[in-house]
Design a protein around this ligand. Structure first.
Ligand SMILES: *Cc1c(COP(=O)(O)O)cnc(C)c1O
Length: 422
């Protein structure tokens, strides 16, 4: 039997034993021009549409049509507290208490709002520690916050950099930087999972190291939420922000989310950029002039909930609740492990997996550095209905998403990838 046939057969066997395989049919899978299901391996960029999203959206369109403004109170799911329909699921998704999370705005907006409250530099303590090569939006947000406080990013921003010849950071080097800079650090702010290398950081260890030096410790979980089994509360993280359109499958431009640890729930004296939706609910509609924040994460809300976006997100979070984040992560470890083992068998000079090998140091995504013409490889794969993506300078990112990808998708990728390398 040819090698590819053996690989397909093994993958089919793994699919048959996969307890989460049934979730694939809960999503729409894009199809090729010939009408075949694509191997969609770019859930790190935009997650697929749950088939139930339409009904959730139509419910809100119907209530809008039939009730107009009255739907704020009389809709099947009243719009006034609509964001609360997402709270419990969101808390489960990231390992938080319900009062610690809120769905609102978009990721970068939430990052700014959180930094306004929790990045409060003093003459002595004013640095921000980030990973080198953080997502550009985060770099812009962080540098603009430094400048907002009159600080120079050239000295205020400390970028954690891999050792020469290495692609990812070592835990001990992160800790050594935090210990070394100690009381000059105001904020440690890393990605939960780096968007480019796929490295998952030791959130618990970093939080501990940062707190030992008196720093605020926060994470951008854009690539971690819905990917890793997070325990933001137990790990004692100060705040986190994320988007819901990547691993969380909430749809394009979906409203983002925010975690604020309960020890800050009553931090009413920290500065915050306020809006009426963060105001104490009991008196919000008295329309008084003075802002009194609600306790917990909801107190950072600015505007009233984006109901249509949240409706699609509800459909997705329902699936996460049914499957359970622990089981999803368990499948993810197996699925990405299978991908890695297949690539390992064809190891050679043409490509290198730069994502860490230990399951605990990565999520679902593998980043593959290609020796030449990575963009062309990505294009060739797409022509065969295998969707991956390209990041400068020569990285192909491939993500088997455990809710809708199969071991067969992975086998298909490996087969086509080797062919595309030529
Ligand atoms: C996807 C992503 C963003 C995108 O930010 P938006 O505000 O949602 O447009 C920002 N940061 C990271 C780390 C990301 O992965």
């Amino acid at each position: 039997m040819p090698e590819t046939a053996i690989m397909r057969e093994t993958a089919a066997g793994l699919d048959a034993r996969d307890p989460l395989a049934k979730y694939r049919e809960r999503f729409y899978l894009p199809r090729t021009a010939r009408g075949e299901e694509s191997a969609y391996l770019v859930g790190h960029s935009l997650g697929l549409q749950p088939k139930t999203a339409r009904a959730y959206l139509e419910q809100e369109l119907k209530d809008w049509a039939e009730l107009g403004v009255e739907a704020h109170f009389r809709a099947k799911y009243p719009w006034m507290p609509y964001h609360r329909f997402l709270t419990d699921s969101t808390a489960r998704l990231v390992g938080a208490k319900p009062g610690e999370v809120v769905v609102m705005n978009s990721l970068t907006v939430n990052l700014h709002l959180m930094m306004v409250s929790f990045f409060r530099p003093t003459a002595q303590r004013h640095k921000i520690v980030v990973e080198r090569g953080a997502f550009p939006s985060d770099q812009y947000a962080i540098k603009s916050q430094l400048r907002f406080h009159g600080l120079d990013p050239a000295t205020g921003l400390i970028e954690l950099t891999p050792r020469a010849g290495e692609a990812t950071l070592r835990d001990e080097d992160i800790r050594a930087t935090i210990d070394g800079l100690g009381e000059t650090i105001a904020l440690v702010l890393l990605g939960g999972v780096n968007y480019s290398t796929g490295q998952a950081f030791d959130l618990r260890g970093i939080t501990k190291a940062g707190h030992a030096q008196g720093c605020v410790v926060a994470f951008d979980c854009a690539h971690a939420a819905g990917n890793l089994a997070l325990k933001l509360h137990d790990w004692d993280v100060d705040f986190a922000v994320w988007c819901n359109y990547k691993y969380v499958n909430g749809g394009p431009g979906c409203v983002g989310a925010c975690f604020v640890h309960e020890r800050h729930a009553h931090a009413f004296d920290v500065p915050r950029f306020a809006g009426w939706w963060g105001h104490d609910e009991a008196t919000r509609f008295r329309m008084g002039p003075d802002f009194q924040p609600m306790a917990g994460a909801e107190g950072w809300q600015v505007s009233n909930p984006a109901v249509l976006s949240m409706a699609a997100l509800r459909a997705s979070l329902e699936i996460f609740d049914q499957a359970g984040m622990e089981a999803i992560r368990q499948k993810s470890v197996a699925l990405t492990g299978y991908l890695e083992s297949q690539l390992e068998q064809h190891r050679g000079p043409r490509f290198t997996v730069i994502t860490p090998r230990e399951a605990s140091r990565r999520g679902a995504m593998l980043s593959i550095r290609i020796s030449e013409n990575a963009r062309r490889v990505v294009e060739r794969l797409a022509e065969q209905g295998v969707h991956t993506d390209f990041r400068e300078p020569n990285i192909l990112r491939v993500t088997p998403a455990p809710l809708y990808n199969s071991f067969t998708d992975v086998a298909r990728f490996v087969e086509q990838f080797l062919a595309a390398l030529g």
